[in-house]
Write a protein that binds this ligand. Structure first.
Ligand code: 0O2
Length: 205
């Protein structure tokens, strides 16, 4: 973007971002094991699917600017907690807490922060359980403790969030008047669907 210091930082970040990929790889393996073993032990897989991503250097710098922070490597590491991101989508609401609980009890997983937007949805209706975890990554000459953001939600919550993300970005913050109210109703409809599906699941079991 023409700023020499951010160009230098973007290059430095590319190297730094490697450990975030390793942290994501480790957590993806943990979650896959959890999914498979829980299914075997309880005849129910609490995970529908998992996706992951490491934020692009430019997206990290854009977020620093939005937050009004100095674009230094130390500041990025401290303030951007979703450089490494994993999204766990579960069939039912209780599965979200089951997976979070099992993961949090693992010795090498440190829960840094929990934001429960399922218990307390955001004003726009957004629901998800967000965990910031820290896990050790063993490198050739050192161990790095790397932060990863894990977003956990049901299929219905994921549907709402994916579509809301699209609509919100399309309107660029200048949405029609009734837009927010419609989104909120849609989020409540999704939550109702979750409750109905969970009730059916409980009856079958
Ligand atoms: P993107 O484009 O998904 O990467 P932070 O801004 O992360 O430092 P904050 O705002 O306290 O701190 O984090 P929070 O509330 O835990 O939310 C972080 C991420 O959750 C967002 O990342 C989104 O992915 C998701 N999220 C939060 N609120 C909403 C929402 O209302 N709608 C949707 N669709 N997603 C949401 P980014 O980097 O903001 O965006």
């Amino acid at each position: 973007d023409g700023y020499p210091e951010t160009a230098v930082l973007a290059r430095g970040l590319t190297q730094e971002l490697m450990v975030y990929k390793f942290a994501v790889d480790e957590l993806m393996t943990k979650l896959k094991i959890l999914s498979e073993e829980f299914d075997f032990a309880h005849q129910h897989d609490p995970i529908e699917h998992i996706t992951s991503r490491v934020k692009q250097p430019q997206a990290i710098l854009d977020k620093m600017r939005r937050k009004g922070l100095q674009p230094t490597l130390a500041a990025v590491k401290e303030h951007i907690e979703d450089i490494a991101g994993i999204r766990v989508v579960c069939p039912f609401v209780p599965d979200v807490y089951t997976v979070a609980g099992i993961l949090g009890r693992q010795d090498d997983v440190e829960i840094v922060k929990t934001k429960d937007y399922i218990a307390e949805p955001k004003a726009n209706g957004y629901r998800s359980l967000h965990l910031i975890v820290r896990i050790p990554v063993f490198l050739s000459d050192r161990v790095e403790r790397v932060k990863v953001e894990i977003q956990m939600r049901t299929i219905a919550m994921d549907f709402w969030a994916a579509v809301e993300h699209k609509l919100f970005y399309k309107y660029d913050g200048e949405a029609p008047k009734d837009f927010a109210a419609e989104l909120l109703v849609a989020a409540e409809t999704a939550a109702d669907l979750d409750a109905r599906m969970n009730a059916l699941h409980r009856r079958i079991r």
